[in-house]
Ligand binder design. Structure first.
Ligand SMILES: Nc1ncnc2c1ncn2[C@@H]1O[C@H](COP(=O)(O)OP(=O)(O)OP(=O)(O)O)[C@@H](O)[C@H]1O
Length: 820
């Protein structure tokens, strides 16, 4: 017994030690320190190699045949600037191994260091492959061209590797063969590292003289060939297909439930017809059969403008502009980064279904309601019982029995839909005893998601009938998310972001992540240079500071205005038309035109923002929500407090699509959905989606933080843009205060009283005005803006109270006089 205990204690200890070690190894500071070590070692190697050119001759005889362990014995005789160890490494790597290509080793080590320090972002594997290729090729080239120097020089430029490779090749394919071999190697290497090599080589090989001449002539005659970036100048002759068609070779998974024979049409009740509709498993797509669809791009648009037609003919020569070209090797995350979650193929519990059915029928009968049929549709967490009452039964009677049915089934979260829109039945939703997790994997890998052609596909989860539920954010155009704490909001937001990350290329989509809680969106820091947008002077792309939020939102409104100007110049109505014209090279980048990625703004705790910044965030959010749809800017705002002072009329009017997780009261449900229902949900990702009058119950897909981390790491490790997408700088006419539209002639009737209160308390707080005068936050915020415009209080300072600029009543009265 004691032995067992000791074993347990020691295994616990080991566990905690290994956990500590893994935490230590994963810590950012550890990475940074290792990064510094790598950079320093790279620099050390570089200096050692450099010194080898001057001191190698003198040091060589001392190092000859000397084992590493005896290095210290000759330390005083060594002349290399980096001591005996540096001399030893230089001799080993340069002379005995790969010659002067060894310099690439020092560069690579330093580069890895910079990556660990998060100063430089690149893919280590790719860089390793390129470095190795460069070393091998470099050593071979030096060995080949300087083979004669090996006899009388202490420095072997190609190292032994270059020397012996040259001898081997020359013995087999001769001098000319070796030269051609090297040339081939160099060309293959150049093709591999840059997409520009192919057109460049084509030009050199003179395969396309005529076309080149034509282009030069047309360039000089009429400077109308629009090239989208300097880099793309070499893209002549390279029409780029921007859409990859999904492979039709998709395997359907067998319908699990049907094969298990779970359909039960037996009727245990004399008169009622009971049918169970089995869950329909979504077809999953095998990953290797899919090529990601990066297109989302619209087709060719015909314009009447004559000049434009002329431009099209030029564009044909240049090929279409490919926005993804800068990161042409970007690969969307693979499915295996997502967890599959066991137990999702469980069979339907027939006992539970029959028991529920009988209890529903009994309860209804107790109240004198007879039904003619009952059908059950089993979903992942909820079963929908659809009943058809006998003629003459009033629907309102059934509706009022919600609590009684809940009592008889001893279940929470019963919801009655009477009648189900579009069907002549009444629905009773009953939570399953054993709810299943809808894994993000099952949603992302589904055929429906993979084949979907939405511009901004958002997979929310599965409906009650087990169908994948997807929406196009581009059509929504903005979503309001609410739910009490711990009911699945954050997971839901992660599912939305994840589905977009799986479908879009970094060139096509940028996120603005606003996270006043400071903890939710940290996991996305890794993808800053791929998918995030930020202010030009913003240190962090994930915005947590309220002042920065106001600036960012204003900056987005500026981006929106800029985009509208571009749309107008291009005679287009929306981002799709604009981008398609740009891709067809019918818009000149020299006139300011650019490819526009979609921007999705996600605010995690909108309630916090409204409470601290009030109108300053509400106004730009409302403006963006009203106008930004056409220019591809979409918003998702989430809150745990769906009260009317947070979800104001303005916000509600502009966010037609709503997602409600479980909320604590019917009032909250009405605030978010305009009807009850969200208060009856069962939590853990159970949600109601509403757009217009439709209300759909969905089990949100579950994606855990480690899964999101893996996805972000996968994306973050790939080649990236140099910075995050930079939003335009916003400077309000009154500095950052954004008070341009405050009209002091039209002051609030409480203006003077509020000013006196603020000066007496020497505290510029909106909530003080709110409390003392029992007015709403919006009005108090408006008064505060007027006080600022009158010079009574200072500008907004985030969560701190504003500074009061007037010290006494005399000064205050003077201000009132001047305003009259
Ligand atoms: N779709 C889901 N499927 C299964 N479980 C879920 C799902 N969504 C959430 N959960 C469970 O509920 C817990 C809380 O979810 P989440 O963190 O998203 O809540 P929240 O509403 O964001 O809370 P808060 O507002 O406090 O951040 C999760 O840790 C998870 O265990």
């Amino acid at each position: 017994m004691i032995k067992k205990k000791t074993e347990k204690v020691s295994s616990n200890k080991e566990d905690s030690i290994s956990k500590k070690i893994s935490v230590f190894l994963k810590s950012e500071r550890t990475h940074f320190v290792i990064g510094i070590l790598c950079v320093m070692f790279g620099v050390y190697l570089f200096i050692a190699f450099l010194s080898f050119f001057y001191t190698g001759n003198a040091d060589q005889s001392k190092l000859e045949n000397l084992p590493l362990s005896e290095l210290s014995s000759i330390k005083n005789e060594i002349r290399n600037w980096t001591g005996a160890f540096g001399a030893y490494l230089s001799d080993l790597l340069i002379n005995q191994w790969v010659g002067i290509s060894a310099f690439f080793i020092s560069f690579f080590i330093a580069k890895v260091g910079l990556k660990l320090m998060k100063v430089k972002n690149f893919s280590i594997t790719k860089s390793l492959v390129y470095t190795c290729s460069l070393i091998i090729l470099g050593s071979l080239i030096c060995g080949f061209f300087f083979i004669d120097n090996y006899k009388d020089s202490y420095l072997f430029l190609g190292g032994y590797h270059g020397y012996y490779m040259t001898l081997l090749l020359q013995a087999n394919i001769g001098w000319t063969g070796t030269l051609l071999f090297i040339l081939t190697g160099v060309l293959i290497f150049l093709v591999a590292i840059s997409a520009k090599t192919v057109p460049f080589l084509r030009k050199i090989f003179l395969l396309d003289i005529k076309r080149k001449k034509d282009i030069e002539v047309s360039e000089s005659e009429d400077n109308k060939i629009y090239q989208t970036s300097l880099e793309n100048k070499n893209l002549v002759n390279k029409p780029i297909s921007i859409s990859e068609v999904l492979n039709s070779d998709i395997e359907d998974e067998p319908d699990m439930v049907e094969s298990e024979g779970c359909t039960d049409k037996t009727d245990h009740h004399e008169e009622n017809f009971f049918e169970i509709v089995p869950k329909q498993e979504e077809t999953l797509v095998k990953e290797d059969t899919i090529q990601e669809d990066r297109s989302g791009e619209p087709e060719f648009v015909i314009e009447e403008n004559v000049q434009e037609e002329e431009e099209i003919s030029n564009s044909e020569e240049l090929g279409e502009y490919d926005p993804t070209l800068d990161l042409s090797r970007y690969k969307a995350p693979s499915f295996d980064l997502l967890n599959k979650y066991e137990g999702n193929d469980r069979q339907i519990d027939m006992d539970e279904q029959n028991a529920n059915k009988n209890r529903i029928i009994e309860t209804l009968e107790n109240y004198g309601i007879r039904i003619s049929s009952i059908k059950a549709t089993v979903g992942p967490t909820i079963t929908l019982y659809e009943i058809v009452p006998e003629p003459g039964v009033r629907i309102s009677k059934i509706r009022n029995l919600e609590d009684d049915i809940a009592l008889s089934l001893a279940a929470l979260g019963i919801r009655i839909i009477a009648p189900i829109p579009g069907k002549g039945t009444i629905g009773i939703e009953v939570p399953n005893k054993d709810p299943q997790i809808v894994s993000m994997y099952s949603v992302i890998a589904s055929k429906k998601f993979q084949e979907c052609k939405f511009d901004l596909p958002v997979a929310l989860g599965k409906t009650i009938t087990n169908e994948i539920f997807m929406v196009d954010l581009a059509k929504m155009p903005h979503i309001l998310v609410a739910g009490a704490t711990g009911q699945g909001k954050s997971v839901g937001l992660n599912a939305i972001i994840t589905s977009l990350l799986y479908k879009k290329h970094p060139a096509q989509l940028k996120f603005v992540l606003i996270d006043p809680k400071k903890v939710e969106f940290n996991i996305y820091a890794n993808i800053e240079r791929h998918f995030l947008a930020k202010l030009p002077d913003g240190d962090e792309a994930i915005i947590t500071d309220v002042t920065k939020v106001v600036q960012t939102l204003n900056s987005i409104t500026k981006e929106m205005d800029d985009r509208y100007d571009l749309l107008k110049k291009a005679h287009t109505r929306n981002i799709k038309e604009y981008n398609s014209k740009f891709i067809a090279r019918r818009l000149n980048p020299n006139n300011g035109h650019r490819y526009m990625p979609y921007i999705v703004v996600i605010v995690d705790e909108f309630g916090d923002l409204i409470m601290t910044a009030g109108k300053e965030v509400e106004l730009p959010i409302a403006r963006i929500a009203q106008l930004a749809r056409a220019v591809g800017i979409h918003m998702i705002i989430a809150t745990q407090r769906p009260s009317t002072n947070i979800i104001t009329g303005v916000i509600k009017a502009n966010f037609p699509a709503r997602i409600a997780f479980k909320v604590s009261s019917m009032i909250d449900s009405r605030t978010i959905l305009d009807c009850p229902g969200a208060n009856q949900l069962i939590g853990r990702g159970d949600l109601l989606f509403s757009q217009g009058s439709d209300l759909i119950r969905v089990q949100s897909a579950f994606v855990d933080t480690p899964e999101v981390e893996k996805i972000c790491e996968y994306i973050g490790d790939q080649e990236s843009y140099p910075t995050a997408y930079l939003l335009p700088e916003y400077v309000g006419e009154n500095g950052e205060s954004g008070l341009t539209d405050v009209n002091l002639k039209d002051r609030d009737p409480m203006f003077e009283e509020a000013a006196r209160l603020i000066v007496a308390n020497q505290q510029g707080s909106t909530s003080l005005i709110q409390r003392k005068f029992s007015i709403g936050y919006n009005r108090a915020g408006r008064i505060m803006d007027q006080l600022e415009a009158a010079g009574i209080v200072g500008p907004f300072e985030g969560s701190k109270a504003r500074q009061v600029l007037v010290i006494d009543d005399i000064h205050l009265e003077q201000i009132f006089e001047s305003l009259k």
